[in-house]
Write a protein that binds this ligand. Structure first.
Ligand code: 5GP
Ligand code: ZN
Length: 136
């Protein structure tokens, strides 16, 4: 399930070098070449799925288990103070590589605001409308 024009498929195939932190039959975890912070890593399933919509449920469960293992080890080794898990789906959401990946971003005291959004102030009516739209 490799796509020839996919940079992450090519990394997984060993055609492009990467700094690998972990590898097994189904996953590879590599350092991001454009890190938000020191140690920023990416979990890549070896099979090509464009995004979370396409990822099989079973693989999704394995990804979060691997994320938990990786952040425990990385917190210990890098001595970071916390972690952000980021996972973008679709261009609008900031996805630039269309091979599912999960960002593991170590956070350090005073490393600045790397992921910031402005909290909205919806009224109760609007929240209720949204709730209905989703659940009904
Ligand atoms: P996205 O914006 O799709 O969620 O994240 C893509 C990430 O892949 C970016 O953080 C970017 O720095 C990283 N990236 C892009 N090309 C390469 C590459 O060739 N090697 C590695 N290790 N990371 C890459
Ligand atoms: Zn791919």
């Amino acid at each position: 399930m490799k796509q020839d024009n996919c940079i992450f498929c090519r990394i997984i195939a060993g055609e492009i070098p990467s700094y690998t932190l972990y590898e097994d039959e189904k996953f590879k975890v590599i350092l991001d070449v454009g890190p938000a912070t020191r140690g920023h890593a990416l979990i890549l399933p070896k099979d090509h799925y464009a995004n979370l919509y396409e990822l099989p449920e079973e693989t999704a469960a394995e990804v979060i288990k691997l994320a938990k293992k990786m952040i425990a080890r990385m917190t210990d080794k890098l001595e970071c103070d916390g972690f952000n898990i980021v996972q973008n789906n679709g261009e609008t959401a900031g996805q630039t590589v269309n091979h599912f990946h999960m960002h593991l971003i170590p956070r350090y005291k005073n490393d600045g605001e790397i992921l910031k959004y402005i909290a909205g102030k919806p009224g109760q009516e609007e929240l209720e409308q949204i709730r209905k739209t989703i659940v009904e």
